[in-house]
Design a protein around this ligand. Structure first.
Ligand code: PGA
Length: 257
């Protein structure tokens, strides 16, 4: 069960409000191609790109396009991948591991070095220490140049479910019921979806120099609209995107406002 967390509306006077840059594409290939092109434009000027990448269905087209059309880009030689989140309690080799999902969809094709793939251990001896290890990696090597994100139907970012504090750090969370339902489509049933996960916090993600959120499908139209227009509030974690600069949202026509 999701633990009830106190929520609060973040007052506008507490922070600046920024307007994300929105790019709308056609559905399907056009969305994937535009996402891959924008990703490369962001990575190319960087000497050692440090990039947070998501799992889920939304980025898969972009990953395939990167693996097919951009595999020879020089920046992959010095590219570091940092995982956004991970299920807790899975054994090594489990296909549900988010870290291995990104590796088989993208990193293996573009030959990112093994020691530059920074993922959560799903089954660590000490979960608190595992969160600290990931935070410390970003403190010592970051900030991330780019955070690529998906958007949950409930407004979650990573596994920052509704009620997550905007200054939250990397931590253990319970998945919200809507997330368990949404994730069941990846693994053929809710019984295959772990109930707890690690996630980078919203405060951790807010430190990225640039953020690109990918949104596709009619089922995301309502939450994207709320992300852009609802009062900024921890009830809709994705509204944190309006509290930071340098945010680009790439939406396909079906999800677009
Ligand atoms: P999806 O998941 O890309 O599979 O829709 C997005 C998310 O939950 O962040």
């Amino acid at each position: 069960m999701k633990t009830a967390a106190p929520t609060r509306q973040v007052m506008k006077t507490e922070m600046n409000e920024y307007e994300p840059h929105i790019i709308v594409t056609e559905d399907g290939d056009d969305f994937a191609a535009a996402s891959a092109r924008i990703f490369c434009e962001a990575a190319r000027p960087l000497k050692n790109p440090l990039v947070i990448l998501p799992t889920g269905n939304t980025p898969l087209g972009m990953y395939r396009c990167l693996a097919r059309d951009y595999r020879n880009e020089n920046f992959w030689n010095n590219f570091t991948y940092v995982a956004l989140d991970e299920y807790i309690g899975l054994e090594d080799g489990d296909p549900r591991l988010f870290g291995s999902w990104v590796q088989r969809e993208l990193l293996d094709f573009v030959a990112v070095a093994r020691d530059r793939r920074i993922t959560f251990k799903s089954n660590p001896h000490d979960k608190g220490a595992e969160c600290a290890r990931m935070e410390n990696f970003l403190t010592e090597n970051g900030p991330a140049d780019l955070a690529v994100l998906g958007l949950g139907v409930n407004g979650h970012i990573g596994f920052n479910e509704p009620g997550s504090a905007f200054d939250s750090r990397t931590r253990v969370v319970n998945l919200a019921p809507e997330t368990i339902t949404a994730n069941s489509k990846y693994w053929g049933g809710e019984e295959h979806v772990p109930r707890t996960a690690f996630t980078m916090g919203l405060g951790t993600l807010a430190q990225a120099r640039r953020t690109v959120m990918l949104v596709s499908g009619m089922h995301k139209a309502d939450i994207l609209e709320k992300t852009l227009t609802a009062p900024i509030s921890e009830d809709i974690p994705s509204t944190y995107l309006r509290t930071i600069p340098n945010v680009t949202i790439i939406s396909d026509r079906s999800a677009a406002p």
